[in-house]
Design a protein around this ligand. Structure first.
Ligand code: PLP
Length: 370
């Protein structure tokens, strides 16, 4: 074994590099396109609320001191909104950090973890890192969640049930009745984690947040949300978890680094959370543009999954890496999916009208060239 590989825990060797996609600068450096439309990471085309700029104005002086290690103001704001106490709210350096903390705190080697597939890679990676075994519940042929298979999988003993709803990368979702069925079937000893990174965008189609359904649950549960998507704060790294049980929150709190959320992110999140009108505008644009892009892709002959997120998952008719590279040359960044069985699929974020047009124009130009 090569020395570096011998140095790390064997679990590390099982991880794939995170497919984070290129930055705008990297694309400009590589291809010098006329313009770049970044549609690979589900960021908001409208960015954060103007109230965020106000909250951060002249605040560089704050960099001198450590931030509030308990993020009290933000957690109080969130607790009030969700009708829980501050002790049931944890904030993280992105909800990704919370995923990592949950895995570190809960998973023992050999534990069984149930998740949906294709998956949000971090739901699997942190579990693998801790030596757990991941049991993937594949979507159906029509790309909707296979509720029967999920119910069957979670009723067998498992330590952790973790999935996103709406689901990333596909965009499909569990409606209220389906979610209730899964939650009721789940092994009583399992921790249920519902990652609602896209909840702000999800309405209709029977969607309901797990925060409402889990309130009466006897199980241990955490619902994760983020400021990176609907609130447009991806660059600041801040997300949060609502816990069913303050005692579990207190225990997991021991695992995080003490000053995990920086002062700017804490202030920005409070400001962003207070601007419902901005969020409503973001959501309106995303939904109307998602419907338009979905129609255009279907008309162009692509299979597109129904989505409640600010993104679409579609079959590009061939290897998605080559497909995405063609788009990249013309300045459009999308995410080719690389998980086995889905290599012909790509995920595109819903951007501004101009960005979405740029995407569709390059797709159409490439299909006519083929
Ligand atoms: C984007 C995303 C996250 C990451 O959120 P951060 O708060 O930026 O770390 C978590 N879960 C899912 C399913 C996501 O799509």
């Amino acid at each position: 074994m090569e020395p570096a590989a011998g140095m790390v825990r064997p679990e590390v060797l099982k991880l794939s590099p995170y497919n984070s996609g290129l930055t705008i600068d990297e694309v400009v450096e590589r291809y010098a396109p006329e313009r770049v439309s970044k549609l690979g990471s589900n960021e908001s085309p409208l960015g954060p609320s103007p109230k965020v700029a106000k909250a951060l104005e002249g605040s560089s002086e704050r960099a001198r001191h450590y931030p509030d290690p308990a993020s009290r103001r933000l957690r109080d704001t969130l607790a009030t909104r969700f009708g829980v106490v501050r002790g049931q709210v944890m904030v993280g350096n992105g909800s990704e950090e919370l995923l990592s903390i949950i895995a570190q705190a809960v998973l023992r080697p050999g534990d069984r973890v149930v998740t949906l597939y294709p998956s949000f890679p971090l739901h699997e990676d942190y579990a693998v890192l801790m030596g757990a075994n991941v049991d993937r519940v594949h979507v159906r042929e029509d790309l909707m969640v296979d509720v029967d298979a999920l119910v069957a999988a979670v009723s067998r003993p498992c330590r952790l049930l973790i999935f996103s709803n709406p689901m990333n990368p596909v965009g499909s979702w569990l409606g209220e009745d389906e979610l209730a069925q899964v939650l009721a079937a789940a092994d009583r000893d399992a921790l249920i984690v519902v990652d609602e990174a896209y909840a702000e965008y999800a309405s209709g189609g029977g969607y309901r947040s797990a925060t409402e359904l889990l309130r009466r649950s006897q199980s241990s549960w955490i619902v994760l949300r983020t400021f990176s998507k609907g609130y447009g704060l991806a660059g600041l790294r801040i997300g949060y978890g609502i816990f069913g049980n303050a005692a579990l929150c207190t225990l997991l709190d021991r695992v995080r680094t003490p000053f995990n959320v920086n002062a700017f992110a804490q202030n920005a999140a409070v400001a962003a959370f207070g601007d419902d009108a901005h969020l409503a505008q973001v959501v309106r644009l995303a939904i109307s543009e998602r419907e338009r892009v979905e129609r255009l892709l279907s008309e162009a002959g692509f299979q597109v999954a129904a989505s409640k997120g600010n993104f679409l998952f579609f079959s590009c008719g061939g290897n998605s890496v080559a497909f995405a590279e063609d788009l990249l040359r013309q300045g459009v960044i999308i995410k080719p999916w690389k998980q086995p069985g889905f290599e012909n699929f790509a995920r595109v974020s819903i951007g501004s009208v101009a960005e979405n047009n740029h995407f569709m124009q390059t797709v159409e130009a490439n299909s006519s060239r083929r």
